[in-house]
Design a protein. Structure first.
Length: 286
């Protein structure tokens, strides 16, 4: 069993994860099963959930297979076929890990750095009021590395393009290899549903395509092929969601995993260069 207690993750994420696991079980999705929930913290002292442990491995392989890419896409489609309107415990999601908005943080960081020292406090106060987070987190945001010209240009392109319309469905919200369970090439389950909600399938599809491209230098289209085969329809606005996923990353991908075609780890510069190539390709297709 796995006990999750609010602390490193927020109380609202505990609530969302509990709702998502109930919804996943209702629709027979491969996911942990919720055993108990203390959402107001009366028992544990903080919001908490108890869920089943899932067999298999979440360890990043040094190489990824075509079968795994197809299987991951099909697993995502199983989630996305389930309709869901936004609700308080499963809110609307616009990007992977929606609690983070790295593109917005870079814009505020640029404003903060440009202000005279006597005005910096007003910038922090305004961002606290707008975002609802503490000044400690805001100061981390505004001191992040400034955007590169590519990131600024891509951010402008995405904002000018506008978010696609369409019905919402169930989305996981934080799909990467560490939140999946595998037995070899066989997909077993998705775990860690704390960022789930209602949204466009592109939130997950773009996020996982991006992860495979920067981690392995892999062609992400097999993920799309697996998704479309399972969904029985063509994915829409793929370039937009690819760009959104790539923009929702730090300016420099320090500590992000990446492997070359021999399975050897890459350095920060090489992984960041993969992000930039993926982002430029997405913008070119918008």
């Amino acid at each position: 069993m796995v006990l999750r207690v609010a602390g490193r993750i927020g109380s609202e994420q505990i609530v969302t994860a509990a709702a998502a696991l109930r919804y996943a079980e209702e629709h027979l999705l491969p996911a942990p099963r919720l055993l108990a929930a203390d959402l107001d913290g009366r028992v544990e002292g903080a919001p908490a959930t108890l869920e089943t442990a899932v067999p298999g491995s979440s360890r990043l392989p040094a190489r990824v297979s075509l079968a795994q890419l197809h299987a991951a896409g099909a697993a995502l489609a199983q989630v996305h076929k389930i309709p869901l309107d936004p609700r308080p415990d499963l809110p609307l999601r616009h990007r992977p890990t929606s609690a983070d908005d790295r593109a917005r943080s870079r814009r505020w960081a640029a404003l903060y750095r440009a202000c005279p020292d006597e005005e910096k406090g007003a910038v922090v106060e305004a961002l606290c009021e707008w975002s609802g987070v503490s000044a400690r987190w805001v100061r981390e945001w505004v001191n992040e590395p400034l955007p590169t010209p590519l990131l600024l240009w891509a951010d402008d392109c995405v904002r000018e393009h506008g978010r696609p319309d369409g019905p919402t469905g169930f989305v996981h919200g934080d799909v990467w290899w560490g939140n999946t369970r595998w037995d070899g090439d066989t997909f077993l389950a998705m775990i860690d549903w704390k960022d789930s909600g209602a949204g466009n399938p592109g939130v997950d599809l773009g996020g996982f395509r991006f992860q495979m491209a920067i981690t392995y230098g892999a062609d992400p289209d097999p993920v799309l092929e697996g998704w479309e085969r399972e969904a029985g329809t063509r994915a829409t606005d793929v370039a937009y969601w690819d760009a959104v996923a790539a923009l929702n990353t730090p300016t420099v991908l320090d500590g992000w995993p990446g492997y070359d075609d021999r399975g050897w780890p890459l350095d920060t510069a090489a992984v960041t260069a993969r992000r930039d190539a993926f982002l430029r390709a997405a913008i070119d297709r918008l």
